[in-house]
Design a protein around this ligand. Sequence first.
Ligand SMILES: [Mg+2]
Length: 238
Amino acid sequence: MKERFTPGAFMNVRFTERSLAHTMGVLRMLSPARSLVLVDWNGTVMSDLGRAVGAINAATAPFGVRALDRAEFQDSFTLPMRTWLLDLGIAHEHVGRVEADWNSGMQAPAPLRSGVRETLATLRGQGIVTGVVTAANEAALRYDLRHHHLDGAFDHVHTSVRDKAARLTELRALGERAFYLGDTAYDIESARAAGYVAVGVSEGYQRPDVLAAAGADHHIDGFGDLLEILDLAPVPAA
Ligand SMILES: [Mg+2]
């Protein structure tokens, strides 16, 4: 918005740098840039690496695949899921069954990333549009939302998304400034391709250096760190 106004060019009024800054501040208050914050689910909102390790090991054990520890999980994880399962040694004909078992295994209690509930309340209190864009299926997402009493906490929910960049592009017009949070290189690349600020999170399914290499603009640990990136002061709890 700033570049549309130059000193002296607005209604023939000669602005000093100071009065221009003041006027721009007033204009911003009257009409703040609408922001959009969309998030991946597993590994991003959920701090669920432990659940994921358990789910994949339970799903692949019947096919003789050696159990992964957390580090091996992070080193091997890739998307799409099918590619990862083939990499782990699952035969083509068993991929569907393993993926279904993984989805069932992911319906188990797991913690939220720190600050999720408070940060969502702050964002929505500021009129920021929020949403989930995830490859996880609806049943798995509903399980977590219910478990953590987060039903209705997001303005938009998109599950079983097969092409994140395409879906994010469709949703891009919901905000002038747009942010996407994710824990995989796929999330980061999709966000950037769709014109979002790409924010990587720690302790997810892939390591921070992988997200940085994919082009993450920012990196956060707790969800509350997002407020600094959006330049918002946290709203104290009532
Ligand atoms: Mg994820």
